[in-house]
Design a binder for this molecule. Structure first.
Ligand code: NAD
Length: 480
């Protein structure tokens, strides 16, 4: 039998669509042969990724405009700047992260030396959302590459133009045994999840997050779940109201409110509620042209998502909620005006569900205790914002709220702090990403403990047991 040229290749050619199982196996075979890519290899891929991204800047802006009318400037700021911060930070710090770390030697381990080295976990699955299609797809890819783990990635089906471009971009940098892209919706995600990946990085809703964790559990794969929820914003009596209005307006209404860390609802100290309402309304009118024709207003991603926003609004209004500003919408452009709702009842959908759109409940509260009590009634939030001049107020929030980040007098900036870490708690997520935390999520932290001398010490605690071993054991206890 002839071996070689006449044989079918084990895997289909690069351009042919691969099944989830083939993609996984191809990566696994390659990973076994190359279990620890060099620093140079990882950096080369990251540099190529950077160049490929910049080459497609205009095309990605066009794609995201086509997908959901996202303004080009917002793409620059929230997709390109954020990705480049993460990429450059990783390129700069990767040599340090990859270096084995020497650990101190406790007395009972005298004669040994311990190092911890980060090694790639192996083929990993990345499932991305649509709301920041570029940075939330490429971010985990940067971390997987830094860690040396091959990856299969599935961008979201809701931003198809961006997803197609991302596929081309990623495939121009990675051979399929190092990085493969699958396009499609939940059914594609589900078939990928059946493969025994070592790590699953998921960004999306808490509901789907549960399904992802169940799928990962079948293979005991580790998970990073970057989820969502209702992030509160407290406006204290001492706050600079104009500054607070600006921060809230930017954090809430950029990307059409479709941001995981956007302020979901406001808790405003009753003493300044009227003044802050006026400042917020003024700021919205300064930032956006009234109506739904403003090109700075990102559209809602799909008709289904648009209808959900409409339903949230109708539910609040039918419960007697007053609209401070906004409320208008256009189903053709899928744009919804920046909308603020005054004191919607707790039972309304806007107070129960993550809003994920440009609708902002404004709730007057009696102070810090009242605000903390209301936050505590809900699942743990991804972010918590506090506008105040009083650091003691910030301390109260950071001590009481279990959340991914507490930010004073700003919104959103925690996302671009690459020294991070970034992530949520419980309903808002599991695990951490960004910077070194992202690198570690795709790495196996392996201990290498070397015994260099002192074999006789070990023998002192080994059988036969008797007064000698008991005495030595007790002596060791004194030096723990
Ligand atoms: P989603 O959960 O609907 O979808 C996310 C991804 O999961 C998509 O690629 C989708 O195709 C895939 N998916 C859906 N069902 C699946 C299944 N059964 N098996 C496998 N894959 C499946 O979320 P979305 O609408 O794209 O994004 C919005 C949500 O994401 C919000 O809750 C938001 O707060 C959250 N989010 C969180 C972060 C963060 O960093 N924590 C960032 C952005 C968005």
């Amino acid at each position: 039998m002839t071996i070689g040229s006449e044989k079918e290749p084990i895997f289909p050619a690069y351009s042919i669509e691969m099944t989830a199982q083939q993609a996984y196996e191809r990566q696994q075979v390659h990973f076994r042969a190359h279990p620890n890519p060099s620093l140079e290899h990882r950096r080369r891929r990251l540099k190529d990724l950077r160049a490929a991204l910049l080459e497609r800047e205009e095309a990605l802006k066009d794609a995201l405009w086509g997908d959901f009318s996202k303004p080009a400037y917002e793409v620059e700021l929230t997709e390109f700047l954020t990705t480049l911060i993460e990429l450059d930070h990783t390129l700069r710090h990767l040599p340090q992260w990859m270096k084995p770390q020497r650990k101190p030697t406790p007395f009972v381990l005298i004669g040994t030396r311990t190092d911890v080295q980060c090694l790639p976990k192996g083929p990993s699955l990345i499932i991305a959302p649509w709301n920041y299609a570029v940075v939330l797809t490429l971010g985990p890819i940067i971390h997987a590459t830094a860690a040396g783990s091959p990856f299969v990635v599935k961008p979201s089906e809701h931003t198809p133009r961006a997803a197609q471009l991302l596929k081309e971009l990623i495939e121009s940098v990675y051979p399929p045994e190092e990085g493969t892209v699958f396009l499609g919706g939940p059914e594609v995600g589900a078939s990928l999840l059946e493969q025994p990946f070592s790590h699953v990085h998921f960004t999306g809703s808490p509901a789907v997050g549960r399904t992802i964790m169940e799928g990962a559990a079948k293979h005991l794969a580790s998970v990073t779940l970057e989820l969502g929820g209702k992030s509160p914003t407290y406006i204290d009596r001492s706050a600079d109201l104009l500054d607070a209005a600006r921060g809230v307006c930017f954090g809430k209404f950029s990307n059409g409110g479709q941001t995981c860390i956007a302020p979901d609802y406001l808790l405003v100290h009753r003493d300044i509620a009227d003044a802050f309402a006026a400042a917020l309304k003024g700021e919205i009118e300064r930032a956006y042209v009234p109506g739904t024709d403003d090109a700075d207003l990102t559209a809602i991603v799909s008709p289904r998502h648009f209808e959900r926003q409409q339903a949230l609004l109708e539910d609040a209004v039918s419960a007697g909620t007053e609209i401070l500003t906004g409320g208008g919408s256009d189903p053709r452009s899928r744009r919804i005006e920046a909308t603020v709702l005054i004191d919607p009842p707790e039972t309304t959908r806007v107070m129960q569900e993550e809003i994920f759109g440009p609708i902002l409940p404004f709730v007057a509260v009696d102070g810090v205790d009242d605000a903390l009590e209301r936050i505590d009634r809900r699942p743990k939030p991804l972010s918590t914002y506090v506008y105040t001049k009083d650091d003691a107020v910030v301390e109260r929030f950071s001590a009481s709220v279990r959340t991914g980040a507490v930010c004073k007098n700003t919104t959103m900036l925690q996302f671009v702090q690459p020294f991070g870490p970034f992530g949520g708690e419980g309903n808002s997520g599991i695990g951490r990403s960004h910077g070194e935390a992202g690198f570690r999520a795709f790495s196996n932290e392996q201990v290498v403990l070397r015994r260099r001398w002192g074999g006789w010490i070990l023998r002192l605690v080994q059988p036969p047991y008797g007064p000698r071993t008991t005495w030595i054991g007790r002596l060791f206890r004194k030096f723990t």
